[in-house]
Design a protein. Sequence first.
Length: 84
Amino acid sequence: AKIIKEGEGAQKVYAEFTEWCEERSRNVGFEIKTGKAQVSELKALIAQEEATISSLAAKVEDLAGEIATDEADLKAATEIRSSE
């Protein structure tokens, strides 16, 4: 009777552990699937932001050129005024 009770107890512990393992396996599977989806979304976002960076860098170069032109014009106008 004692051995049968010990066997039943061990079987119960084994069943609980098996259930825990199966549940954990399902949860990890969902986490992996979610993580892979997030990786795809983040890669797309990175590509989009890299395009934005390139666009803004070009705009900065254009504005730097305009500033240089405006500074040259200002210097020329200042020289003309000072010579008058």
